[in-house]
Each structure stands twice: as structure tokens, then as C-alpha cells.
Write a protein that binds this ligand. Sequence first.
Ligand code: SF4
Length: 332
Amino acid sequence: MPKEAKFYHALFDGAVQCDLCHHFCRINDGHPGRCRIRTNHQGKLFTINYGRPASLGIDPVEKKPLHHFLPGTWTLSLGTFGCNFRCGNCQNWEISQRSGETVRLLFRSPESIVRDALDADCPSISCTYNEPTTFAEYALDIMNLARSAGLKNIWVSNGYMSGNCLDAVEPLLDAVNIDLKSMDELFYRRICDTFLQPVLDNLKRFALSNAHLEITTLLIPEHSDSPETLRHLAAFIAGELGPETPWHISVFVPEISWKMHDTPHTAAEALKRAYDIGKEAGLIYIYDAYTHEDTLCPQCGKIVIERHRYTTTRHDRAGSCPECGKSIIITS
Ligand code: SF4
């Protein structure tokens, strides 16, 4: 059942403005917004993905990816359908770029999601797979219940939510991974049909919040892997968010992308180059899925958290290096 949206206001002639993300769609009666998840019905805005997960599973928290938040634990993960971005590279396009009619959907109340997490002994719930902003009302109801039940709340997001949305989400959020896709405005315009600046502004706000923050950048050959842009991006993370902010460099797989089948795979050299650029910028924790999975002590180089794919072994002593005692950022 469609549910009235929380973040909108009425305009004139029955039109409304959605205030949930930075597109701030003006929507006439009978029409959907840009994400196709929110529809104006007789001057009221309704969301159609409340309580309708398209994906529900239990993942290692490392898969979000989060490497410094509850390492080695499982997280109940859910996503619905739809997105406010249109990224040609999207690897979850089968739910993010489809309307509700063409996706197999479940019915799950917020109460049942929290009960599932508790039954499965998951210490956290992740809003992931598609953009959580598009199902903010559902996510917020889950997050409130999860917080009362002693569970942690995680978002994996493109960072394009409005200030109003962030005001509501931030107090309930324990950890977030934000995609910083590029520092090139043209990339955001061309590949995602959006703008870069709101993402940068929100990242600065997350860095000042109580939520633990990690960043992911997908290296798409010829689109987001130029050394110059990566230098700019790494300098932004180190300078504006802090050098201890974990940075995940991930690999583009054209076969499963929405529209970029002719773009090549990310080469191993590109991963190495990005890692070196991050190090030169002063970033302390940089990860990729191949050669840099472990968390190393920035002081003595000892392995503090060891990872093989999604198997994690902690060697830290209460968040400190077992060798030299240096404190490592780990939320346990
Ligand atoms: S969530 Fe964003 S894209 Fe969707 S209707 Fe609202 S402002 Fe538009």
C-alpha cells in the first residue's frame, strides 16, 4: 500500500515539491518524481516502496563495505527498489532501475525486520542494495525500533539526501558508507545524471556527526580512474574528512553493469596506482578486494585485522595494535 511521504510540501495547483533528496522534484498531480518511487496523488505525495523489500539477506558487515565498524559480524541487510541516480555503471540495476511492478517484492513490517535481525543474532541492520534515501520513511521506522532493541543502524548510500532527510536520519545512524564516485562534476552529470557538490557537502556533515564514516570509490576505466581526479579525491578525503577515514577502492565489472558493457574491467595497475595516490595524500586506511584487505597498524605495520574475502580475524587488543599498542579506529 502506498504510504504518505514525510518529506514534501504543497505548491500551487495541486503540485508538490519532494524535499527528500537534492533533486527537489516539483511533481504535478498524477505524476511520479524522478526516482519513480514517489507519486503525487491529488496534492499529496505517496511513497510506493514502504515495507516492500526486494532484497533481504544476512551479510558480513565487511561486504557493505565497512572495515572499522563491528568487524567480523553479520548484518541484516535490506533494500527495496528504485534510485534517485541513473548510473550507467550500476551493478544493482535490476532493483535500482526498475519500477515496483517488475521486481519480485516481499512484505515486511519494520517490526518483522528488527525481529529477524534479533533472531539471527545480527548486531546491526543495514539499509543497502538500493539507495536508502528513496525508502527513508521505512528505514526511519526500522531504525527507531532497532535503536530501542539495542541494534546498530547502517546506511550504504550515494550521499544525495537533502538536509531535511539528514536531520531525521543522522541521530539514528551508527555507521555509513558513502560512494564518492569522482571529484569530476562532469562525471556526476554524464554518468549519474546528478551533481557532485551536494555529495561533498553531506560528506563533510557526516564527518562531523557521531556516525562512523567510510568511503567507496569505483574505478571505472576512462571515467573515474584518472590520476589527476583521484589525487583531488584523496586530498578531499584526507583534508576535509580526516586522514583516518577508511577509503575502499572497488573494481568495475562491465558484464553486470546496467549500461556500460563496452567499458573494460578495472586493471590491477589502476588499483595499485589509486592505492599509491591515497597513500601520498596521507590516507591511513586504504582497502581493495585483492591486495589490501587487512587493517595494518599505521605505526608498526603489524596486521591488526586480517581478512580473506569475508572471513575476518581480529588481532587487536581492545582496539589497539597487539604489537605497539597504537590505538586503531574500530567501533566494536
Ligand atoms: S526522492 Fe529525490 S528523486 Fe525522488 S521524488 Fe524526491 S526529490 Fe525527486
